[in-house]
Design a protein around this ligand. Structure first.
Ligand code: ME8
Length: 512
């Protein structure tokens, strides 16, 4: 069994979870579930990033101590994971003792090796990004880009990590590992960033400016820079499970690829003598109804409102079907409803209902064996073989949106097969040939539905389970064995009805 370790970014708890957080969890969950279906031993980590200035400020604004504030908000993130059917193995919080211990150990190790030094810094600082700025960060007109928020000039002593001396190592590493970053074009961005000389990384904040952080083990007047603290979470979680390191994938948004994940993190690990992660998967950003989404502008969809109204799997399906991994997408209610109605309710939902109705009406609710096999059936079987092979390749290449498109094209073809065979006409005939063809038709539809369903559990786990349930079917333990056209359903008793995708009554609440 192959060990497979995958993580999401850990979310800042300075606000409630939003659609971007929900998407990242679901995307990672799809990969984790797929790897498990392929037989891997998966460790799937998610969690929250609880230190730093933003969290300290949000707690202050609410008038509660930071730890209490973190306890409350992290609960919302945990609840979101449960609600979205996220199959994570562990949930880490950076305020946990297990994590602080590892951060202190690594800092001490680097300090003892002479990789960390103290120096005075004079320059510009962005509170919003918790980052020191350089002239190259300015707009062409000399102003600071909006993402930095308020920028102030400061002079202070701090501890610095010798990042620069690892620059050429990292460039070599990226050249040797062409698939370090997915999508590939983002690997180029990393190399472009590395074309300029790196500055050493300031890894401390003076206690008088920031209290909410991990105290440096070698100087209690300082706390650890939040990014140095946060990145270590991936390592903390498996410190007693070395078989999972290096991580196979860190799934993150494109905004935190360069420099934190693609530059700081591999270098931090290298300096500590630890292997860097195998790959980073950087996804794109959601906008909502065409507008950029951010906590500060307050324009975000409550993912839970959609999950409550249309079902968790409908939300999971939409996000994975709509977004090509790596690219940006827009979440519009119109598009959500269009896909919900056309693809889930009218295509898949309809196939399930027709299968149950006709099996009940013409075969006493028991799936018959096929008695004939004509070109029409063979054609559908050949389409299945093609669909399955393509979909497996697409899953391996993170092209989930196309994998779903192909899977649903097979569902469409099965619905078209029903039209062609018109079992409602065959059912009226007493001719033996028609009766045989009717049995073949019912067997073919049920088997096609079972197979389409076998491609769905990574994205829609509970829908797949429900469909198997109404078909009276329990899939076997080896997933790949489930993917061949078979007679597994012969003799199974189907349910009377199934309601998978109910018609929405009123539009989901959308915050603007
Ligand atoms: O960056 N669309 O936390 P975070 C898609 N704590 N993804 C989005 C998004 C959007 N509109 N908005 C945010 C942090 N994300 C750090 C990470 S990891 C050691 C520390 C994604 O709460 C974002 O890209 O701001 C990131 O991957 C994740 O949500 C958490 O963002």
């Amino acid at each position: 069994m192959k060990n497979f370790y995958i993580t999401t970014a850990i979310d800042y708890v300075n606000g409630s979870p939003h659609l971007g957080h929900a998407y990242e969890k679901v995307l990672t969950d799809v990969i984790a579930r797929y790897r498990r279906m392929m037989g891997d031993n998966v460790f799937f980590l998610t969690g929250v990033d609880e230190h730093g200035q933003k969290v300290q400020q949000s707690a202050k604004a609410k008038g509660v101590p930071p730890q209490q504030f973190c306890d409350e908000v992290s609960q919302e993130f945990r609840a979101m994971c449960a609600k979205l059917d996220i199959s994570n193995t562990d949930f880490i919080r950076t305020t946990e003792e297990r994590h602080k211990k590892v951060v202190r150990q690594l800092l001490q190790q680097l300090f003892d090796k002479g990789e960390i030094y103290k120096a005075e810094y004079k320059g510009f600082y962005s509170t919003r990004q918790e980052q020191f700025l350089q002239d190259k960060d300015r707009n062409p007109d000399g102003s600071w880009p909006e993402i930095f928020g308020e920028v102030t000039e400061i002079t202070e002593s701090n501890y610095f990590f010798k990042l620069q001396q690892y620059q050429s190592w990292l460039i070599e590493h990226l050249k040797k590992n062409e698939n370090f970053v997915f999508p590939r074009y983002r690997q180029k961005q990393v190399l472009e960033f590395l074309a300029e000389p790196l500055n050493d990384l300031c890894i401390s904040r003076p206690r008088e400016r920031l209290e909410w952080g991990i105290t440096l083990p070698f100087d209690e007047n300082f706390v650890t820079y939040v990014w140095f603290d946060a990145l270590v979470n991936y390592y903390t979680a498996v410190i007693d499970k070395p078989e999972f390191w290096p991580a196979d994938f860190h799934v993150i948004g494109k905004d935190i690829l360069v420099p934190p994940h693609a530059v700081y993190w591999p270098i931090m690990l290298k300096a500590c003598g630890i292997e860097p992660p195998r790959s980073l998967l950087a996804h794109g950003w959601w906008s909502i109804n065409g507008a950029k989404m951010s906590k500060s502008t307050g324009n975000f969809v409550e993912p839970m409102a959609f999950a409550d109204q249309y079902g968790v799997d409908a939300l999971r399906y939409f996000m994975i079907r709509e977004m090509s991994v790596g690219q940006d997408s827009d979440f519009s209610q119109t598009q959500f409803l269009a896909r919900y109605n056309a693809e889930l309710a009218n295509n898949l939902g309809n196939l399930v209902n027709r299968t149950l109705n006709m099996t009940n009406r013409f075969a006493g609710g028991v799936i018959p064996a096929a008695e004939t096999q004509d070109e029409v059936e063979l054609e559908l079987q050949r389409l299945w073989d093609k669909t399955r092979d393509e979909v497996l390749g697409l899953y391996d290449g993170f092209q989930f949106h196309i994998a779903l498109e192909r899977t649903f094209a097979f569902v469409t073809a099965t619905n078209a097969y029903i039209e062609k065979r018109a079992p409602w006409k065959l059912g009226k005939s007493t001719d033996a040939k028609d009766q045989a063809l009717l049995k073949t038709t019912l067997a073919t539809i049920a088997e096609a539905l079972r197979l389409a369903t076998a491609l769905l559990p990574a994205v829609m786990p509970s829908t797949a389970q429900k469909i198997n349930g109404v078909l009276g079917y329990e899939p076997g333990a080896v997933w790949k064995d489930e993917l061949t056209w078979s007679t597994r359903l012969t003799g199974k008793k189907v349910a009377e009805t199934a309601i998978l995708f109910p018609r929405p009554e009123k539009p989901a609440a959308e915050k603007k």
